[in-house]
Design a protein around this ligand. Structure first.
Ligand code: CP
Ligand code: NVA
Length: 313
């Protein structure tokens, strides 16, 4: 069975903790998400994981990830358990290794929203069932698979499009966009103050797929020729202590009507949400006619349904 990316498991079960884990079948997963969404909306059953259980460990807050995974698993005929680290023994010092080994005896898939990529890799290393990242400090693969599915629904294709991401270029969304765009054949531009440019690793990996990758701090003219404009919060979970400093440093990096108007006339706006209006984007743009943010939020569920089905084999 397939096993690539940054986690090697002794049992060769398949995890999703980096976009590189889906580099061989990203579009198949996206197409499966689109197909199962249509089927379910037509009233047909999609109970492909009947009787299976998803354990969901959360070390950070969530609205979309929690609800979309739980409802998605219900639609698949299975069941999901919400495990906050405030309530489970992991939060009181039980090791990640023991947590992974124990949960693997009960559940069929583990979803983990982790504070660190190291913790994510540790859990995936010891779990004997598939581990899906619900975000860590380095990547947010489920969100970027969802975003690519949303782009494909709206544009009909992925290859050759131009995506501009403005804001915090060093966060989980920027990193997963670099890899996801590379895999999907989308040219990607990150517009960010220099101190927030992405980790070099993600830039180099994206370039290996042959797409144009540009990292710039110049906002003016940056959205010209864009098919997709996107952003994320300037203050990710864990960065709260730097809030005031970041707000100053990101001044001028707000996506507004003027930047949207400079893009292609049929450009779409995406945001993984939660959004902070007046900072990374104006409410006028986020709730405007080019915005697809609520389709994107809904698609978390359909993309994750496809991911769970694929990883379950
Ligand atoms: N986009 C996203 O992951 O949202 P939540 O933090 O609400 O799960
Ligand atoms: N970059 C954000 C994404 C939230 C879904 C964070 O990590 O908080």
């Amino acid at each position: 069975m397939f096993k690539e990316g940054n986690c090697i498991s002794p049992s060769m079960k398949r995890d999703l903790i980096s976009m590189l884990d889906v580099k061989n079948d990203l579009e198949e997963i996206i197409d499966l998400g689109i197909k199962l969404k249509k089927k379910s909306k037509n009233g047909e059953s999609i109970e492909l994981l009947e009787g299976e259980t998803l354990g969901m460990i959360f070390e950070k807050s969530s609205t979309r990830t929690r609800v979309s995974f739980e409802v998605g698993m219900t639609k698949l005929g299975g069941h999901a358990i919400f495990l906050s680290t405030n309530d489970i023994q992991l939060g009181r010092g039980e090791t990640i290794e023991d947590t992974a080994l124990v949960l693997s005896r009960y559940v069929d898939i583990i979803m983990y929203r982790a504070k660190s990529n190291e913790a994510m890799k540790e859990l995936a290393k010891h779990a004997t069932v598939p581990v899906i990242s619900g975000l860590d400090n380095k990547e947010h693969p489920c969100q970027v698979i969802t975003d690519l599915m949303t782009i494909k629904e709206h544009k009909g294709t992925l290859k050759g499009l131009n995506l501009v991401y403005m804001g915090d270029g060093k966060n989980n969304m920027a990193h997963s966009y670099l890899l996801g765009c590379g895999i999907a054949g989308i040219n990607v531009k990150i517009v960010s103050p220099k101190q927030y440019w992405p980790d070099e690793y993600y830039v180099e990996e994206a370039k290996r797929f042959g797409v144009n990758v540009e990292i710039t701090d110049k906002v003016e003219g940056s959205t010209k020729d864009a098919d997709i404009i996107t952003t994320d919060t300037w203050i990710s979970m864990g960065d709260e202590i730097e809030k005031e400093k970041r707000i100053k440093e990101f001044q001028g990096y707000t996506i507004d009507g003027e930047l949207m108007a400079q893009a292609k006339s049929d450009a779409v706006f995406l945001h993984c949400l939660p959004a902070y209006y007046g900072y990374e984007v104006t409410k006028e743009v986020a709730h405007g006619k080019q915005s697809v943010i609520f389709d994107e939020a809904e698609n978390r569920m359909w993309a994750q349904i496809a991911i769970m089905v694929t990883l379950s084999g």
